[in-house]
Design a protein around this ligand. Structure first.
Ligand SMILES: [Fe+2]
Ligand SMILES: [Fe+2]
Length: 349
């Protein structure tokens, strides 16, 4: 990174009077002269420069210095110009191989050197500008991606609201289910990102119910067999609504909608999947969804006490539910209790 205090040019020369070299550059350009390779490395450990001008001579291993400088990422865009003495062809080859931008052989023509120096400074600055533009672009792309992701999540939350309006029972159900899903995902050791995605997608598990008639959805008593069949369609309908979305989150929601009524023992619906044939997000949501349905009051039943619902999960672990998901849920039991206390499930339909 370039700092305001960085010199534009660092001249490395053993000349007792380096004035001839520094005069090559325009007045006002900050030039720093150092007498040894060690001093150059020291200065350029903390600073960047547009041009490093190295005058080779006895006691200064220019090739080694160039190689060391090129190892430093903050000097990647710096131009390095070597003023070579000795065997110019051999030196030129070695210096260029080490990473020099250009090599000028003695004797030096001052005006030629001044022009080259100016060009190399311009080159380094142009490269710096391109890099900073690339960084700005990358930041903008990142911001746009975050924005579109946030919009996607917003749309999902609104979809969830729409489902809630339709199904009076939903209420805080979806929020509590999402909270329980997070607890299970955490207990299973999934990453925070995975947990958040599954939790958000789980809020759409019953979205297919918007296709179920009010007379069934809001029926205050037990359902007849055909009504139950109609109700069961919500899993597949939810899947159909979401599955072909380009959005990864909505496809995840489709998978959950389709599989949240499957059972570990294969006795669930709609596909009768068994064990790990059921995608993990569906297995997680099944535990969270049933748990919350149990503790919620319905017109036909009071809400169960938490301990009773907990016992039910334990009893059904390995038959209805994935035992790992139940164990993960119970390992976060305190979080679950706190969540339910914060959003009590005592509303009747
Ligand atoms: Fe459902
Ligand atoms: Fe549900």
């Amino acid at each position: 990174m370039t700092h305001a205090a960085d010199p534009a040019v660092v001249v490395v020369t053993a000349r007792p009077d380096p004035g001839g070299l520094t005069r090559l550059f325009a007045a006002g350009l900050p030039v720093l002269v150092v007498p040894t390779a060690g001093a150059a490395l020291d200065v350029l450990a903390r600073h960047a420069a547009d041009l490093v001008l190295i005058e080779s001579g006895p006691g200064l291993d220019a090739t080694a210095l160039i190689r060391s400088l090129r190892l430093r990422p903050h000097l990647a865009r710096s131009s390095i110009l070597l003023l070579a003495d000795g065997d110019p062809a051999e030196m030129r080859r070695r210096a260029l191989e080490a990473g020099a931008t250009d090599v000028v052989a003695a004797p030096f023509d001052e005006s030629d050197l001044a022009l080259r120096g100016r060009n190399l400074i311009a080159l380094a600055r142009a490269q710096g500008a391109v890099e900073s533009q690339a960084r700005t672009l990358a930041r903008e792309v990142e911001r746009a991606a975050a924005e579109s992701q946030e919009r996607e999540r917003e749309i999902i939350r609104r979809l969830m609201l729409a489902a809630e309006f339709r199904d009076d029972q939903a209420g805080d159900h979806l929020t509590r289910v999402a909270g329980c899903v997070l607890a299970i995902a955490d207990g299973l050791g999934l990453s925070e990102e995975e947990g958040n995605d599954i939790a958000l997608a789980s809020t759409m598990h019953d979205i297919g119910k918007i296709g179920v008639a009010d007379s069934i959805l809001r029926k205050p008593g037990p359902l007849t067999e055909p009504e139950r069949c109609e109700m069961m369609q919500h899993a597949l309908r939810g899947y159909r609504m979401l599955h072909d979305s380009p959005s990864r989150l909505l496809r995840l929601a489709a998978e959950i909608a389709l599989t949240h009524h499957e059972r570990w023992d294969g006795a669930g619906y709609p596909q009768g999947l068994k064990g790990t044939e059921i995608p993990l997000p569906g297995r997680i949501t099944a535990v969270a969804d049933v748990f919350d349905a149990l503790i919620s009051a319905r017109v036909y039943k009071p809400g169960w006490p938490l301990e009773r619902a907990r016992r039910f999960l334990e009893e059904q672990s390995g038959s209805h539910f994935d035992p790992d998901c139940v164990a993960a849920f119970l390992s976060r039991w305190e979080d679950v209790v706190a969540l339910v206390e914060e959003r009590p499930a005592d509303r009747a339909a």
